[in-house]
Ligand binder design. Structure first.
Ligand code: ADP
Ligand code: MG
Length: 318
């Protein structure tokens, strides 16, 4: 278990972490979700013992990170945001080099390297120079380095950033596959990534933990207000403009406009599910409704929702 208590980090005058507390359970896959500059990498560097906190504690089981850096590093595998690899080494040479740095015993080295290469899908590339690998395979090599010593905890900082869609699918599958009994913490600014890979998300914004829940929990909390408030619909027979007029008359509609594909986008009042209201109205007015759906929640929706909520809570306390 990882226990983070009131973590504060100042870079000079700038406060990057403003007192974050949370717990990450053994075997859990957790996503640190937040925009650029939120403090995700800072948190990860502190948890892994690469950066001291200004104040606060991080415990990995019985070990405090700052007091027991060696014990902690032995248990954590870490792939930094821009993992530095040696382009002139082959994959297996690099992993051999890492295994020496990590103090893996000579007699275990070959076996660990072979297992790691197999696990990360690098078998065909083991003799290839790292400089000649695609971005996706470089990322695999960075992840391979992190799991070399078979750590209990895996920390991956933006493991999918800069990958093309196919590489992205592969790396996500690899991460899920590696999770198993391990605790995995990954960071991303993409909501769907957390939805797809993680059991729980910690939403961080400007150095503050603004929400912490299972993905289901976050959705339920948001959906109460957001789902059904923003919808997209289509009517038959090129009658969008007329339908738009009709929709604008409906109480609870904040705005409605034409999309680019013959669709109509409607924004309703928060907390109101306008789907049945719009559907009934449009049909009563004699339109042929052919499609109606909620618009996907975007990361922006999530932030707006949770930051607003946080602000209101703070106001209540004043
Ligand atoms: N070494 C540093 N010196 C000064 N400021 C830094 C340093 N590293 C990060 N920061 C600042 O701290 C904030 C959080 O950064 P970071 O943890 O990298 O966020 P994230 O990973 O969520 O994008 C940002 O405003 C960033 O500019
Ligand atoms: Mg970062």
């Amino acid at each position: 278990m990882i226990k983070i208590e009131n973590l504060v980090k100042f870079y000079g005058e700038y406060q990057a972490l403003k007192g974050i507390s949370c717990t990450i359970n053994k075997g859990e896959i957790v996503g640190f979700l937040g925009p650029n500059g939120a403090g995700k990498s800072t948190m990860m560097r502190i948890i892994t013992g690469y950066l001291p906190a200004t104040s606060g504690y991080v415990h990995l089981d019985e070990f405090e990170v700052y007091e027991n850096p060696i014990e902690v590093k032995r248990r954590i595998g870490y792939t930094p945001e821009n993992v530095s690899l040696y382009n002139e080494m082959s994959v297996s040479e690099y992993l051999k080099f890492c295994s020496m740095l990590k103090g893996i015993k000579n007699k275990d080295r070959k076996k660990r390297i072979d297992e790691t290469i197999q696990l990360t899908g690098l078998t065909e590339y083991r003799n290839r120079l790292i400089g000649h690998l695609s971005k996706g395979y470089k990322q695999r090599t960075g992840i391979a380095q992190a799991i070399l010593s078979d750590p209990d905890v895996l920390i991956l900082d933006e493991p999918t950033s800069g990958l093309d869609p196919n590489q992205l699918i592969d790396i996500r599958a690899l991460i899920k596959n590696l999770a198993g009994k391990r605790t995995v913490i990954l960071s991303t600014h993409i909501l769907s990534e957390v939805e797809e890979m993680c059991e729980r998300a910690l939403i961080i914004d400007q150095g503050v933990l603004i929400a912490e829940d299972t993905i289901e929990g976050l959705k339920v909390a948001m959906d109460k207000e957001i789902l059904g408030a923003n919808i997209e619909l289509k009517v038959d027979g090129k009658r969008e403009k007329e339908a738009l007029q009709a929709i604008r008359e409906v109480e609870g509609v904040v705005q409605a406009y034409e999309g680019t594909r013959g669709n109509i986008i409607v924004e309703g009042e928060r907390g109101l599910d306008i789907r049945p209201i719009i559907a009934r109205h449009i049909i009563n007015k004699g339109f042929n409704l052919v499609e109606l759906k909620s618009l996907e929640r975007s990361l922006e929706d999530v932030f707006i929702y949770f930051t607003d909520k946080k602000k209101n809570e703070n106001k209540d306390q004043e």
